[in-house]
Design a protein around this ligand. Structure first.
Ligand SMILES: Cc1cc2nc3c(=O)[nH]c(=O)nc-3n(C[C@H](O)[C@H](O)[C@H](O)COP(=O)(O)O)c2cc1C
Length: 183
């Protein structure tokens, strides 16, 4: 099974999660491509059996141009301890999903990173990502998942391992046994 993981990441945590999900999928014999959203083209999604999309939660949902600028400003402040990903500039997940072509029931999954806390308070970007994937005809084979960061923007302990396990479960759900195409 060929899987494409498209991720958006400003500070690197969603990138780590994307790589961990890829490791889980590869453990289940999937052929996985991981690409930052700024370098992903809608055409890349055409020849894939499983599309996985994820990004950071900003202002309770998906990033926008203004929240990405805010994130960059925060990182540039002296003593922030944050560094911007080399691929942070450019269009985000929202734009990429907007331009994505329509398909018929291709398996897909959505994830995000967000602060540790009740999702009612933090919001979660994966809801918006999942909604847009569905609108393009993708079949979400597992519920959207969040991976947690601290207030200092560090991925919580064990979250990378949990992302790997999620990738393994995803391979099963999207595979010939687990995948039930939407009618
Ligand atoms: C401008 C901005 C707004 C944010 N808003 C939220 C939010 O509403 N809820 C939340 O849980 N986390 C919020 N965060 C924290 C991000 O979710 C966190 O920085 C992100 O998950 C880290 O992922 P990354 O390292 O891949 O960029 C915000 C961060 C920034 C920079």
């Amino acid at each position: 099974m060929r899987a494409l993981i498209v991720y958006e990441s400003l500070y690197g945590n969603t990138h780590i999660v994307a790589n961990s999900i890829a490791a889980g999928l590869r453990d289940k014999a999937c052929d996985v491509t991981v690409v930052p959203v700024s370098r992903a083209t809608p055409e890349m999604a055409i020849h894939t059996d499983l599309l996985v999309a994820g990004g950071p939660t900003h202002v309770h949902g998906m990033t926008s141009g203004s929240t990405r600028r805010m994130a960059a400003e925060v990182a540039m402040k002296a003593g922030s301890g944050l560094s911007l990903e080399p691929d942070a500039a450019g269009p985000g997940m929202r734009d990429w999903l907007h331009d994505l072509g329509s398909v018929q029931a291709i398996p897909a999954a959505a994830f995000d990173t967000r602060l540790d806390g009740s999702p009612i308070l933090t919001g979660h970007a994966s809801g918006g990502i999942a909604h847009r994937l569905r609108r393009h005809g993708y079949h979400l084979v597992v519920p959207a998942e969040s991976f947690l960061v601290s207030k200092q923007n560090a991925l919580l302990e064990d979250e990378a391992e949990r992302a790997k396990s999620w990738g393994e479960a995803l391979a099963f759900a999207a595979g010939p046994i687990g995948h039930v195409p939407a009618s």
